[in-house]
Design a protein around this ligand. Structure first.
Ligand SMILES: CC(C)(COP(=O)(O)OP(=O)(O)OC[C@H]1O[C@@H](n2cnc3c(N)ncnc32)[C@H](O)[C@@H]1OP(=O)(O)O)[C@@H](O)C(=O)NCCC(=O)NCCS
Length: 273
């Protein structure tokens, strides 16, 4: 079963540091990557997010087996735990991070807060078109915010980034596959339509995208998030029998849980309660 966790870095900071002091889980490589960041805020956020990821991996796998084990980075940077039957994906956005964990199928997760979208109109439209091929957008965003193009573009964007992460190929390749970035004429002519032209990942099955529901931030701003996988909806805990790309995106959406912010809650999480 796939789990999705929302980490509020501000609220969890002291607890995460205390948990890491009590039981170090960061690998030497994690620390090197954190130290390599120049910006102090970014460094703090990356450290807390990585501790949270390590805690969640420990809780999901039921023990310390993967504590301090370096992640392997695949060709385009996708982190994996070598030899583990555990899939995960992480996304950072300021004071929030999302972590998806599961087994069996590859996972990708992405998050964005409502913000200005600085890209040409035709590119925005191409992104929205491509993301719609992965399933209809949530009705609520049309009902309430139909006039605000940022909702559609950001909703679309997190879907494509989540897909890029589940696949592991990176966003540039997904944008090329869906025609947002230029491809050569012969590639356009010969390739199947998006997303079938994303070779490699499709050997695991059809892409499945779920729009995740996040609470607004403390300032009331909406957040957009999506989870992607290739394979079976069963793994997401869904009863839906759809065929992936055309399945109802509101079916089988994993609940977004909040990382505990109390010692008792964290102890229960790590004890598997
Ligand atoms: C993966 C990617 C989509 C994430 O972009 P982002 O919005 O800047 O960052 P997010 O916070 O959402 O995600 C970052 C996390 O994604 C993960 N990640 C990085 N590369 C990944 C890949 N190829 N596949 C899956 N996950 C990846 C990492 O866990 C990373 O966090 P970490 O560095 O703390 O371990 C983007 O960096 C990317 O496409 N990278 C691949 C290289 C590439 O194609 N670059 C061209 C950019 S135009």
């Amino acid at each position: 079963m796939v789990q999705v966790w929302l980490v509020d870095l501000e609220r969890s900071a002291a607890l995460l540091e205390a948990v890491e002091t009590a039981t170090p889980r960061l690998s030497d490589d994690d620390q090197v990557r954190i130290d390599a960041l120049n910006d102090a805020d970014l460094k703090r956020q990356r450290r807390l997010t990585t501790i949270a990821l390590r805690v969640l991996i420990s809780a999901y796998s039921g023990g310390p087996e993967f504590d301090r084990l370096p992640f392997e980075r695949l060709g385009n940077g996708k982190p994996v735990l070598p030899g583990a039957k555990l899939q995960f994906s992480i996304t950072h956005a300021g004071e929030r991070a999302l972590v998806a964990l599961g087994s069996v199928v590859p996972l990708g997760v992405d998050v964005e807060v409502l913000r200005a979208v600085n890209m040409p109109n035709d590119r925005q439209q191409a992104i929205v078109r491509a993301a719609r091929t992965l399933g209809p957008f949530p009705q609520s965003e049309y009902t309430f915010e139909a006039s605000d193009h940022r909702y559609r573009v950001l909703r679309a964007w997190v879907r494509l980034e989540a897909l890029a992460k589940a696949h592991g190929c990176g966003i540039a390749r997904v944008l090329a596959a869906c025609g947002v970035l230029a491809r050569s004429a012969s590639v356009v002519r010969d390739a199947p339509a998006f997303p079938a032209n994303l070779d490699g990942g499709l050997s695991n099955g059809n892409p499945i995208i779920k729009d995740l529901v996040l609470p607004p931030g403390a300032d009331g701003q909406p957040w957009f998030a999506a989870l992607a996988t290739f394979g079976s909806l069963d793994e997401l805990g869904s009863q839906d029998e759809g065929d992936g790309a055309t399945a109802d995106p509101s079916a089988g959406v994993p609940e977004v849980r909040h990382l505990p912010t109390t010692q008792a809650g964290m102890a229960e999480l790590l004890a598997g309660i």
